[in-house]
Design a binder for this molecule. Sequence first.
Ligand code: ISE
Length: 335
Amino acid sequence: EPLGVAVIGTGRMGADHVRRIDRVISGARVVAVADTDAERAKAVAATVDGCTAHTDPAAAMAAAGVDAVLIASPGPAHEAALLAAFERDLPVLCEKPLTPDAAGALRVMEAEQALGHRRVQVGFMRRYDAEYVKLKALLTSGQLGRPLMLHNRHRNVASPPFFTSAMLISDSVAHEVDATRWLLGQEITAVTVLRPTPSSGAPEGLSDPQFVILETSGGALSDVEIFVNCGFGYQVQAEVVCERGTARIGDGHALITNMAGRWGGIIAQDFTERFAQAYDDEVQAWVDSTRRGEVTGPGTWDGYAAAAVCEAGVRALEQGGRVDVALVDRPPLYR
Ligand code: ISE
């Protein structure tokens, strides 16, 4: 029996996940979708045989045949959807951010602990990207020695109309926050945000680009260039500098051409393209582990830690200076 999934939110990511579950991965089918926009929910449901459309997430979760929930609604709607899934004790794949704020993430963590078992995988898909996986394996092998610095570049062609200066941190740098924690196996203890004069290519009033410095519990530094209106392509690059060597990912151009006095390749234009395989592998891993009755990958603790770091980052952006990150003790369920 395939895993019956309710997909909450049928916007860009939600619709892409419905397609992925329906056509790309194995072992699951979409049995219900929900969106506050009834027409959009219906249109997406119509692409899948036997899928019902709802406006209320809880109604979609209560639909016949639902075994698990994929949450892809906007961040501020995640907490209510997660708590509704916990009411039914359903396994969840929750897109990032887990919640936009640390307080919301703490409430989710409390509710999951009350269930007595982990139920949530958070959609930090870079952990499933082949290049990141190789970098993580190299660091874990110890061949390069202790990591000293991590340099990250994160560029989007253009930001969506609703994007704010704070969202460069909470929506975009959230990925480097998780990648830094995961690659280095350390927590982030302080955040500083510097802002150059904004690009004239960015919407009026948007502080874009930004330069973010993350300090870690092991004394390493991770810096992030976030530039969400770079105009030319979607690029995610990382270079780790260790005591005995360095390693770098994200320059990968699958096809290099030489023609008419120039050489070059093609740059992806957005994350659904650049991370297509990572999303496929992430959702497949979620389906497989869920069918085995297990929870793997980044969990609620990781979602909480990212939310706490991003909250400190937004404060650093707004007030200037260096802001400490205060994390609660890691509950036994997440050790
Ligand atoms: C978006 O929400 C993502 O998660 C993308 O991976 C990121 O590149 C983009 O900046 C975010 O807005």
